[in-house]
Design a protein around this ligand. Structure first.
Ligand code: 5GP
Ligand code: ZN
Length: 113
């Protein structure tokens, strides 16, 4: 989608600090980190939110979780990290392109706010 910031990052049109690019998905540092390590993992395909994903997205969604664990290990937070999806405004979603927040590097509270 032409006016979507995460599509632009995925295509290289907008700058971000990329930590992984595997063809189907891209991971980059969050601009406004909420933890010492805060990475966003997004599919290159524009999907507005998780509840818009369809069965053909299943493999890519699985790959995102495996990528998250791999990135966490590479970034030294393999022993404690959180993978979060905000789905919809009510849940705090601000960017309408599916993204997974990978957070770690500090003690994370539960329940989340
Ligand atoms: P949401 O609230 O939609 O779940 O999370 C959106 C996240 O995207 C926020 O953590 C915000 O800091 C991050 N973000 C928004 N715009 C940009 C951008 O242009 N570049 C990067 N790297 N992160 C962004
Ligand atoms: Zn997009």
């Amino acid at each position: 989608m032409s006016d979507c910031i995460f599509c632009k990052i995925a295509s290289g049109e907008a700058k971000a600090r990329i930590v992984l690019d595997d063809g189907d998905l891209v991971a980059f540092l969050d601009l406004n980190p909420q933890a010492p390590t805060h990475v966003l993992i997004v599919p290159k395909k524009h999907i507005a939110k998780l509840s818009d994903a369809v069965p053909e997205d299943e493999a890519m969604l699985g790959r995102i979780q495996l990528a998250a664990a791999k990135i966490a290990a590479q970034m030294g937070i393999g022993d404690g990290f959180r993978l979060v999806v905000n789905n919809g405004r009510k849940a705090g979603q601000a960017v309408d392109h599916l993204h997974y927040h990978l957070l770690g590097g500090r003690r994370l509270q539960w329940p989340p706010g």
